[in-house]
Design a protein around this ligand. Structure first.
Ligand code: NAD
Length: 269
């Protein structure tokens, strides 16, 4: 049988790299893409593995990526929307310009991918796999990352139905903590907001956040689940990986109680 083709965004390192390797091991043609080409410099030339620069915030680069995939392979069987970034700051003071930076990658990136890759996905009756995050479930101060993942999930809900009318399946992945650069950035982040009215609360948030991360698993473990989501004949609608019990507990609390518990963390100065 002809090798199937997967394209992964943000595949230069971390989870994206592990997903690329998992599909490659399963004999797929891999198109590993990332905005930062240098991240591919340690990958030796190998069969069925193509590295491409693709910044998902750029319509031009996304369109070029789709054209290249069409010319070289004529199909995309699985498209993994994985690239993401993290940041921390008081959201109420951020303004649209600062917030847009994280939304551009974590939410609008998916909009660019579907716009340019849909014809190829339709042609191959392919599948879209979207990496969200378990953290989307909880309203959290100072985490534009969480807000962007909540927005991503809303966007995904509409895209899912539209694509299903064209025979394109979609799968959502909601992992907990993974041992990658995003997690390291969270732990090492400098939680100071000088000049902010939330300076004290933000510093307190910085002290608390490592305690709420929960169990950390390897990107390879998550990649195995993503591969399953990509190849399974009847994939689940949503794959949850590495539940954080604290998040699960917060999720089942009624809205007012949830906000009380989260807000109360900032009281004891
Ligand atoms: P990472 O920082 O190691 O990898 C992210 C990759 O995305 C990098 O290679 C980066 O260069 C690339 N990237 C960033 N902006 C891009 C853009 N505009 N266009 C193309 N590529 C871009 O982090 P990771 O943990 O591997 O992140 C992968 C996905 O996993 C993200 O969507 C993240 O939200 C999600 N996730 C991570 C965790 C975690 O704990 N690490 C938990 C849940 C979900």
């Amino acid at each position: 049988m002809e090798n199937k083709v997967v394209l992964i965004t943000g595949a230069g390192r971390g989870l994206g790299r592990a997903i690329a390797e998992a599909f490659h091991k399963a004999e797929w043609h891999v198109i590993a893409t990332d905005m930062d080409e240098k991240l591919f410099s340690d990958i030796s030339v190998k069969e069925r593995y193509t590295c491409v620069k693709l910044d998902i915030t750029s319509e031009k680069e996304t369109e070029n990526g789709a054209r290249m995939a069409d010319e070289k392979f004529g199909r995309i069987d699985v498209l993994v929307s994985n690239a993401g970034i993290v940041d921390y700051y008081p959201i109420s003071e951020a303004g649209s310009e600062r917030l847009r930076k994280i939304f551009d990658v974590n939410m609008f990136g998916l909009a660019n991918l579907t716009k340019y890759f849909l014809p190829l996905l339709m042609k191959s009756t392919g599948r879209l796999v979207v990496i969200s995050s378990e953290s989307y479930k909880v309203p959290s101060p100072f985490q534009p990352y969480v807000v962007s993942k909540q927005a991503l999930e809303k966007l995904y809900n509409s895209i899912k139905i539209e694509l299903s009318t064209k025979g394109v399946k979609t799968v959502l992945i909601r992992p907990g903590a993974i041992d990658t650069q995003i997690l390291k950035s969270t732990v090492d982040f400098n939680y100071t907001a000088s000049g902010s009215v939330f300076q004290k609360e933000f510093e307190r948030f910085g002290l608390l956040i490592p305690k709420y991360i929960g169990k950390i698993i390897s990107p390879e473990k998550v990649a195995k689940v993503v591969l399953k989501a990509g190849v399974s004949r009847k994939p689940k609608r949503i794959y949850h990986i590495n539940h954080n019990p604290l998040i699960t507990l917060l999720t089942i609390l009624p809205g007012k109680m949830k906000e009380y518990v989260i807000r109360n963390n900032f009281n004891d100065f």
